[in-house]
Design a binder for this molecule. Structure first.
Ligand code: ZN
Ligand code: ZN
Ligand code: ZN
Length: 492
């Protein structure tokens, strides 16, 4: 049976079912065709819950797609059909599924801000929603304190923090609109909509088609706002387009309301940081047991090896894998290169990635052979400085005091001139974020603050060393999330 006939057959069965309307048939046909030919859409489908009939359609579509990969090209335009599909959904007034491919709608089917678009959702574990609802409630409380009427978040980490969705950095606008006193809406390119895992009650999804003006939709949702907070990473072009559409509005940075919340990690976030930390600790262990060959390989080869292991240990991406041998280790952010690692030298490895949205970051140094006296003596000082820095992280202690604690040990031993950076940085969804562990930061540590303690000693032209753990402040004292051997291990 030809593709078209098969579609018609399936559609006929659909129409025969009680309650099915004609427009469903058309939508489903388009959907099947789109599913068959658009890789992106097909890729997004596994997250979607289908009813029995939809499941049949999709199975058929996927099967057909596999066949058509070898057969003659089919004369339809997937993008155009997808537009038609969504265009039809827009004028659906029957209260039926807005996304006819089986994306089940929930809640009210009313218009959103007069756009004529309706809300749709995919199913998601209920457990997610309480986390995001709690965060959104805190954001709204902070908005009230700062007298902010609307919060606008585009690309960047504040969006996944509040919704679980990470926007791709595209020229097409994705924007979460959070009015202080009304429901949040995610304005999203229609072709990205299938990637969104909706979180019940947290936000409504408002997909825009290729010929619509998304900033006008955002302006409609934010109309009448006096003060608007915008995310740091929103593309300038969208803000420039938005400014004249919200006359009289005053703008401020979203970091003022979201930043303090993101800094205080909840238990789920701490668990995620701990899991990522444990993963890089396993790699550090391999390094220290000599299971990652060093001598005779280039820094770049070892860096690539670490990167592979970071992914194999469950991270979604590698953020960095600094490998610096001998004199190169004196440059804290050295870029791993063609330098071949030799015997009897220090090798500094600072690596981390992102796992389930949260970052890992650890530094360990090994010595290829028995550590020479000069290096071993300095390392003993570094080790002590780092230990003291970790222990200084009690709730209520100003961040700068942790920096002072590590620096004091290194200064007292005479290496002060060689400790050329701050002691640490906050970590969470971003590898470097607030709170920074640096002189001048008087912010007192709170339970839930997560940060690195990473003093270093760098002697230009000779060698360098750094020792880094991620630490979480708790009511019971600091808890290190990295627990691999802290000593300068000699490897063969
Ligand atoms: Zn760094
Ligand atoms: Zn690091
Ligand atoms: Zn770090």
């Amino acid at each position: 049976m030809a593709f078209g006939e098969e579609c018609d057959e399936l559609a006929r069965r659909r129409v025969d079912e009680p309650g099915a309307a004609d427009h469903d048939r058309g939508d489903r046909l388009v959907a099947v065709r789109v599913l068959s030919h658009d890789r992106c859409v097909v890729g997004a489908v596994p997250d979607v819950v289908f009813d029995t009939f939809d499941a049949e359609l999709v199975e058929f579509a996927l099967q057909h797609r596999a066949e058509s990969a070898t057969g003659p090209p089919v004369e339809i335009d997937p993008a155009d059909d997808f537009r038609r599909l969504l265009g039809h959904a827009r004028c659906n007034d029957a209260g039926a599924d807005v996304f006819p491919v089986g994306l089940h709608t929930r809640g009210a089917h009313g218009d959103v801000a007069g756009s004529g678009w309706q809300t749709g959702t995919m199913t998601t574990p209920e457990s997610d929603s309480s986390v995001y609802l709690a965060r959104l409630a805190k954001v709204r409380a902070a908005m009230a304190v700062s007298d902010i009427d609307t919060l606008l978040l585009s690309v960047g980490h504040d969006l996944p923090y509040l919704t679980g969705y990470t926007a791709m950095p595209l020229e097409r606008l994705t924007m979460l609109v959070v009015p202080r006193d009304a429901g949040a809406t995610m304005v999203i390119p229609a072709l990205e909509a299938p990637r969104v895992r909706q979180v019940p009650g947290v936000f409504d999804l408002l997909p825009w088609g290729e010929t619509q003006d998304p900033t006008a939709i955002v302006a409609g949702l934010a109309a009448g706002s006096g003060r608007v907070a915008v995310g740091d990473q929103m593309w300038a072009r969208f803000l420039v387009e938005l400014l004249p559409q919200l006359p009289g509005a005053e703008y401020t940075r979203a970091v003022d309301v979201v930043g303090p919340l993101r800094m205080s990690k909840d238990q789920a976030e701490i668990d995620a940081l701990a899991a990522a930390g444990a993963a890089v600790d396993r790699i550090a262990g391999e390094l220290q047991r000599g299971e990652i060959p060093l001598v005779g390989r280039t820094e770049a080869e070892v860096s690539a090896h670490l990167g592979r292991r970071i992914l194999e240990e469950g991270h979604d991406k590698v953020n960095f894998a600094i490998v610096a041998a001998g004199e190169n280790a004196a440059s804290p952010h050295h870029h791993a290169g063609s330098r071949v690692i030799r015997e009897h030298e220090i090798v500094l490895c600072d690596f981390g990635g992102t796992m389930n949205g949260y970052c890992s970051d650890t530094t360990r140094c090994v010595f290829t052979g028995e550590p020479i006296a000069e290096v071993a003596e300095a390392y003993a000082v570094l080790h002590e400085a780092q230990r003291v820095g970790v222990e200084a992280g009690t709730v209520g202690t100003p961040c700068e005091e942790i920096d002072r604690a590590t620096r004091r040990v290194i200064d007292d031993a005479g290496y002060g001139d060689f400790f050329i950076h701050r002691t640490g940085h906050g970590i969470g969804m971003e590898e470097h974020e607030d709170p920074y562990i640096v002189e001048g930061n008087t912010l007192p540590l709170e339970a839930g603050h997560a940060y690195s303690v990473e003093p270093g000693i760098y002697v230009p032209g000779k060698w360098g060393m750094r020792l880094e753990d991620i630490v979480v402040a708790t009511a019971d004292g600091p808890v290190a999330l990295n627990n691999s051997d802290h000593s300068l291990v000699g490897v063969g």
